[in-house]
Design a protein around this ligand. Structure first.
Ligand code: MGD
Ligand code: MGD
Ligand code: SF4
Ligand code: MO
Length: 702
């Protein structure tokens, strides 16, 4: 059989790099960057080849398995789907619709089948107990979109290809390849800013791989970003530095006056005291940023998942708007995607319409914060979750207080996981339904085109034939929905969805493409396997706004309380260290650790600690030490480095494959520990309910 070359978008992270894949005999021969992809232009990272490892991994599941007397046994698809439907329906009919909960993890948005077909399935369950990985970090961005611009998917992105001044607060895009900012080859784009005379500044408790390439790095005490942001707004307004330019009519002047009043307690000396940043450094930063012609302030995970994460994203938008760095080239901009996820039809205020049963946390976009998932399962009472579904998620490792979640999942009456691995989470399931994945599936990164720093559209046909007897994820969702409806609905009612059940991801894509203005069709996408370039981001306000009055709501009511109270929060200057996370280039959240070439080499799940903090505690480099918090303890190797700001330590998340019952090859000798075993799920941003995973107090000792 001859070798053929196929093109495909990598679905592992948000950068959506184009791949050129040589295939022979339905096997991958090589994976390279696709030089003709108009967006990524040949860039890839080391993870791209892991797509081959996942495809060939003998541990990957291909048939449904069922736990019978503690042993896993393969069963047939129809039998598995019927049993899942029957068990979930039995729970709902006995205890009510909310007794079934669902958690959807990160790869959901990296899969065309799951992203197009899981929403309808989830709605059909009629449960309020919906959770996802979104609430472990990015709810604040969605909430600001909803409240300020009229849609939870109106998240502005930094136009880094045209900016001359880029502030990166709490992000490490050189490693993560960017987040809520789809930008393949951030390194090249960052260098281009510098080559055109621009400046890049990182603000982070760690001197990161991105700081290494930036022009300036500013250490910040974790969790204190809000003080820097509010003081910056105050300084700009007090010194009459605001310039709204073309947004003058989009903003209500009385709201600006109200903001000025609210932020008046936040001075530069106060911000300096809270953040640990020199007052002069702050003043220079604000002046340079506000005076630059093309500048953008970008905040990501370290900001999103800290104590005032939700408010921080409001403040970042306000700063970009007030300084004329919004909806303008080089500033913070909205995309014009071919498949538009933010339209009039799906518009409505989607926050706090209902609250979680036990902790009273607000819903956002129909979901509760994952932080309250364990409580909803463990605490008895009406509406308690007794049946649970996970899809594309590993919350035992990714959601704070993994041990409590372990306990919660084990207590369920029934659990089903739609997942390709038996892992720390899915081991609690009664049945696992594994879909075809990665190179076997078609792809269109709809979520990431919506967040990309350039408008492009790219559809990929499957690169490899899926194995006989396996199902696509969308077939699993349709199968489950059909089987559930067969139990719950009359024959007449079942007919309503007949045409929906005939759809395929391609048909959904074809219809979805009508939502954008580009006029791109599926046929055109098929004819252009490298993708179609739709040009740089364009100014679009006020037309793009989905608020009722077509204005920016600069001061939504929901933020006022925290602006008023944040100033009185007392900073604990105790001996405890503040824990933050980090990511590694060769690792993807919790689930690439079964690829040997991704995990080989030096130990990566280590605790980074500043030399002075180590010396105070008598800790030597390479020594095994103990890290304790209010909820747990882990033993981990110390790595002494002045990369860390004094008083802070760092552990990467997604490790800790040492729980019983899992089967990953590498687990035994390279398991690492789970950072989330140290984080209390009760630690949340009170506004959004997002877990605080940045800046968690811990004790470190030999
Ligand atoms: N402490 C701390 N915790 C964090 C973070 C942090 O920075 N620090 N980051 C948070 C963030 S940003 C995120 S996004 C979450 C991620 O949290 P999760 O989404 O819960 O976890 P992942 O590790 O991405 O797990 C992905 C799961 O999907 C499965 N999978 C992979 N491909 C497929 C597929 O094609 N189909 C199906 N059905 N399953 C598939 C994998 O086997 C794995 O079980 O973690 C969060 N948790
Ligand atoms: N290689 C790789 N790439 C990935 C992933 C992966 O696991 N591995 N995961 C993907 C996912 S799901 C996501 S969401 C993105 C995330 O991508 P990014 O948003 O870039 O997130 P991180 O790389 O975790 O970087 C967060 C930074 O915030 C800093 N930080 C911690 N606390 C604070 C704080 O209080 N204030 C400030 N200012 N900074 C703080 C940390 O030190 C860290 O450098 O990455 C994606 N890309
Ligand atoms: S940067 Fe992300 S999208 Fe690009 S090759 Fe690496 S994992 Fe894939
Ligand atoms: Mo994420």
């Amino acid at each position: 059989m001859s070798r053929i070359t196929k093109y495909r978008t990598c679905n592992l992270c948000e950068a959506i790099c184009g791949l050129e894949i040589e295939v022979e005999n339905n096997q991958v021969v090589s994976i390279r960057g696709d030089k003709h992809d108009p967006f990524s232009q040949g860039h890839i990272c080391p993870k791209a080849v892991a797509l081959k490892d996942i495809h060939e991994d003998p541990d990957r599941l291909k048939k449904p398995i069922k736990k019978i007397n503690g042993e896993w046994q393969e069963i047939g698809w129809q039998e598995a789907i019927d049993e899942v439907a029957q068990r979930l329906c039995a729970i709902q009919s006995q205890y009510g619709d909310n007794a079934v909960g669902i958690y959807q993890g990160n790869p959901s948005v990296h899969n065309m089948g799951t992203s197009f077909f899981s929403p309808n399935f989830v709605r059909s369950l009629k449960t309020l107990n919906r959770f996802s990985a979104t609430s472990v970090d990015q709810l604040g961005h969605h909430l600001a979109g909803d409240q300020m611009f009229g849609h939870i998917n109106m998240i502005p992105v930094p136009d880094i290809d045209h900016t001359d001044f880029w502030i990166i607060m709490g992000g490490n895009p050189i490693v993560s390849n960017g987040s809520l900012m789809t930008a393949p080859n951030v390194g090249k784009r960052l260098k281009a800013i510098q080559e055109r005379g621009g400046k890049v500044i990182t603000i982070d408790p760690r001197h990161t791989e991105t700081s290494e390439k930036a022009d300036q790095h500013i250490f910040i005490r974790p969790g204190t970003d809000i003080y820097l942001l509010l003081a910056s707004i105050n300084y700009i307004l007090q010194n009459n530095k605001q310039k709204l330019n073309h947004l003058e009519d989009c903003v209500d002047a009385t709201q600006i006056a109200a903001i000025q009043n609210l932020v008046s307690p936040y001075s530069i000396p106060m911000a300096s005291n809270a953040t640990g940043i020199d007052a002069d450094v702050i003043t220079t930063l604000i002046n340079e940023y506000s005076d630059a012609t093309r500048a953008v302030w970008y905040g990501r995970l370290g900001v999103s998942a800290n104590v005032y994460g939700g408010l921080c994203h409001w403040a970042i938008n306000v700063l970009n708007i007030l300084t004329g760095h919004f909806d303008t080239p080089g500033g913070s901009m909205f995309t014009s995607p071919a498949l538009n996820l933010a339209n009039q039809k799906s518009r409505s205020k989607k926050f706090n319409r209902w609250q979680s049963r036990v902790d009273g946390l607000p819903e956002t976009g129909g979901e509760f914060p994952s932080a309250c998932m364990a409580e909803e399962i463990l605490v008895e009472g009406e509406g308690q979750i007794r049946g649970f579904i996970t899809s594309c998620g590993n919350p035992v490792l990714s959601v704070p207080n993994g041990n409590r979640l372990d306990q919660a999942l084990e207590s369920l009456d029934f659990m089903v996981s739609i997942d390709i691995y038996l892992n720390e989470t899915t081991r609690h399931a009664d049945i696992i339904l594994p879909p075809a994945t990665g190179l076997e599936t078609p792809h269109y990164p709809s979520g990431f085109h919506n967040l990309a720093i350039r408008n492009t559209a790219n559809y990929s046909a499957p690169v490899l034939r899926k194995e006989e007897g396996t199902l696509y994820d969308y077939e699993i969702f349709i199968g489950l929905q059909k089987a559930i409806e067969k139990i719950k609905l009359s024959e007449e009612e079942q007919k309503k969805n007949e045409s929906y059940f005939q759809l395929t991801p391609e048909l959904m894509l074809s219809m979805g493409l009508m939502s954008g203005d580009s006029g791109v069709t599926l046929e055109q996408l098929i004819q252009n396997p490298h993708g179609i370039d739709l040009g740089p981001l364009q100014s679009q306000l006020p037309k793009k706004l989905l608020t009722e009055n077509q204005k920016i709501n600069l001061l939504p009511e929901i933020y006022i309380k925290q602006i008023k109270t944040a100033s009185s929060r007392i900073y604990d200057q105790s001996d405890q260290l503040l824990l933050v996370g980090r990511r590694h280039l060769r690792s993807n959240n919790s689930w690439l650790h079964n690829s040997y070439r991704m995990v080989k080499g030096r130990e990566r799940c280590t605790l980074l600690i500043h030399p002075i903090d180590a010396q105070k505690r008598g800790i030597n480099d390479g020594q095994k030490i103990s890290v304790c918090s209010d909820v747990g303890e882990v033993n981990i190797t110390a790595e002494i480095t002045d990369e860390m700001m004094q008083g802070t330590v760092s552990i990467p998340h997604g490790w800790g494959h040492n729980r019983n019952g899992i089967k990953l090859k590498v687990a035994e000798d390279n398991a690492g520990v789970s950072m989330n075993d140290l984080i209390d799920n009760k630690l949340i941003d009170e506004l959004t309910g997002v877990s605080i995973i940045s800046g968690v107090p811990v004790d470190v000792k030999v």
